[in-house]
Design a protein around this ligand. Structure first.
Ligand code: NDP
Ligand code: OXD
Length: 310
């Protein structure tokens, strides 16, 4: 039984090679290579064109290429009975922790200011903030956010995490949950790191009301999805001088359009959705495992709740 692989814009050859190595004998095809559409039960997707799966009447499972499954769930043409699964990979978490550390360290040691000074030959010292003086709030302490919060705490930062449900595990960092505890959590976040999934409840969560609850001169790091942030509210908050700046890795529209005001804003740093890149060789075995489970009628791994949206 063939597996189909669909992605808008990505070069899929590395993926196909990795899947063939992990599952020799399993046919991996692009949708238009499939003659017998009814033979397909498993699909792999990243930002597929909405509606494409309607051609495959016996599809049972769609796997995301990455941790997020919002790009699958946003397709209104995917019937409720189709199981959605996603990637959980320690490399995604450790790469994300390295990226978050890089952004925070660069900010507290004032690197962007020094890079700018170099452009004009300015020799001027600026004070820095120490790790132990810096409070970080991680919104979303799931597979990735929990690891990021743990590494930041081990590095010496003061760390709090916020999630939907209460956590009973031993606290390596301060834990908050639910809307009621959000203001207290935000009040202690000099750096707010967003690692939430995009769901109906988290879309637009980083809005004026939330930003106003951050300490003065807080810095936003958005690594979740662009649509978590209300762009005009972020720009307004920075321009009023309440939030000092932001590092944004994800955007409502990707690639970020050339005319977008973020590009020219001096307090906004931009990276092109590279905080943590899925490694095909690392994750192909778990995709093949789910494919095999589907064939064997077994329970799938890393399933996404259609109800919760993550
Ligand atoms: P998980 O599903 O493992 O974790 C999600 C976390 O968010 C959980 O802690 C969950 O709470 C919390 N959460 C969800 N909804 C709410 C809510 N309404 N209020 C408060 N907390 C909420 O996801 P991952 O950690 O694997 O990934 C997180 C996201 O990171 C992905 O969805 C993706 O968008 C993004 N990502 C970005 C990448 C990049 O390169 N920029 C790379 C990889 C991922 P609870 O624990 O209570 O369920
Ligand atoms: C992911 C991503 O969700 O790269 O894996 O954004």
């Amino acid at each position: 039984m063939p597996m189909i692989i669909v992605s808008s814009g990505s070069n899929l050859s590395r993926w196909i090679d990795a899947l063939k190595r992990a599952g020799p004998g399993i046919g991996v095809f692009m949708p238009d290579e499939i003659k017998d559409k009814a033979s397909v039960r498993f699909a792999l997707s990243w930002n597929h064109p909405h509606g494409i799966f309607r051609e495959f009447p016996n599809l049972v499972c769609i796997s995301s290429f990455g941790a997020g499954a919002d790009h699958i769930l946003s397709d209104p043409h995917i019937p409720e009975h189709i199981e959605v699964v996603r990637i959980i990979d320690p490399l995604l978490s450790s790469d994300m922790a390295e990226f978050t550390l890089t952004v925070i360290m660069s900010s507290i040691r004032r690197m962007p200011v020094f890079w700018q000074q170099k452009q004009t030959g300015v020799w001027k010292k600026h004070r820095y903030r120490r790790i132990t003086e810096t409070r970080i709030g991680v919104m979303g302490t799931g597979m990735i956010g929990h690891h990021v919060a743990t590494i930041l705490k081990r590095t010496g930062f003061q760390v709090s995490g916020w999630s939907r449900t209460k956590k009973s595990d031993p606290a390596s960092y301060a834990k908050y949950h639910g809307r009621e505890q959000l203001p207290e959590f935000l009040g202690m976040s000099d750096f707010l790191v967003c690692l939430l999934p995009l769901t109906p409840l988290t879309r637009g969560i980083v809005n004026k009301e939330l930003l106003d609850m951050l300490p003065p001169e807080a810095f936003l790091i958005n690594l979740g999805r662009g649509s978590h942030v209300v762009e005009a509210d972020l720009l307004g908050s920075i321009d009023r001088g309440h939030v000092s700046g932001a590092h944004l890795d994800v955007f409502d529209t990707e690639p970020l359009p050339p005319s977008h005001p973020y590009w020219s804003h001096p307090a906004i740093e931009i990276t092109p959705h590279v905080a943590s890149l899925t490694d095909p060789t690392s994750v192909a075995p778990q995709i093949i495992e789910n494919y095999q489970r589907l064939m064997d009628g077994k329970k799938l791994l890393n399933t996404v709740s259609r109800k919760l949206g993550y």
